[in-house]
Design a protein around this ligand. Structure first.
Ligand code: FE2
Length: 272
């Protein structure tokens, strides 16, 4: 686990920018606009771009925003590429741009004496809703090399495996953060609870749920909330492109809205 202290009072959060859909000049203009937002740090919860454009888009962000930018990856960031190749790209970009902070689950970032932040990509584990009986197939299965080579039944297993790996990467960090801080912010790409898979104002239906939800991480978060009832847990995620807020007990999940061609900052979070 890596402990970091990055004082932040205002954190600007956006998700699912899919910058690859914009022309290069529009991408630059967007990032310059974002850089002007009154915030001490930024967070992007995945699907920043696609695998072919991620490196140049991360560099663009790193060159333009001279404040900490917490990043994690979504499924689209691996399109036309693989998990390993995408990770290499991110490592190269973060090595060149010290303000870019890739969150892998093992970083416990103190934002204030009472608030900690952590983040992990996460993956839809394929078990929610109709599970493997769902006939929906995301483009992940065509455009991410690690998945494209697998027969369909094995892909369901791979989804679970990925969700497990990401959950394992964040488990100890989450536990320590919830034990030590009054407020814990978790950044992730895929909504961890079915109730947070907003699509057109409602949670996603049974056919889409296996691809739009990560119950593996959801269980971990709910366990943490029971174990540490006095800690306020706030999750920021994306992936479904539908905006919504789900509250239960000491956990609140914000799912960010997103539209192709119109990236945006969803909200500026005041850190306690
Ligand atoms: Fe996504």
């Amino acid at each position: 686990m890596t402990h970091l202290s990055i004082p932040v009072r205002r954190l600007a959060w956006g998700t699912d920018w899919h910058m690859n859909f914009l022309k290069p000049a529009a991408r630059q203009a967007f990032i310059e606009r974002i850089a002007g937002i009154e915030a001490d740090a930024f967070a992007i919860t995945g699907d920043i771009s696609d695998g072919s454009n991620l490196e140049q888009d991360l560099r663009r962000i790193g060159n333009t925003i001279t404040k900490p930018v917490f990043v994690l990856l979504g499924n689209h960031d691996r399109y036309h590429s693989s998990f390993a190749a995408t990770e290499e790209i991110v490592q190269r970009a973060t090595a060149m741009h010290p303000y870019l902070r890739r969150l892998t689950g093992g970083e416990l970032v103190e934002l204030s004496p009472t608030t900690a932040l952590l983040g992990v990509d996460g993956w839809a584990d394929g078990t929610a809703g109709a599970g493997s009986a769902s006939e929906v197939e995301l483009n992940d299965s065509r455009f991410i090399r690690d998945l494209a080579v697998l027969p369909r039944p094995v892909r369901w297993l791979k989804m679970r495996e990925l969700a497990d790996e990401f959950a394992s990467a964040v488990a100890a960090t989450l536990n320590e953060a919830m034990a030590r801080y009054q407020n814990v912010i978790v950044l992730t790409h895929v909504p961890p609870l079915p109730e947070a898979t907003w699509h057109e104002g409602k949670p996603s239906d049974a056919e889409f749920l296996p691809h739009f939800c990560n119950p593996t991480l959801g269980r971990l978060l709910r366990e943490g909330c029971i174990k540490f009832p006095n800690t306020k847990l706030t999750v920021f995620c994306g992936h479904t492109h539908g905006e919504g807020v789900h509250r239960e007990g000491n956990m609140t999940v914000f799912t960010g809205g997103a539209e192709y061609f119109e990236p945006r900052v969803d909200r500026v979070i005041e850190i306690a």
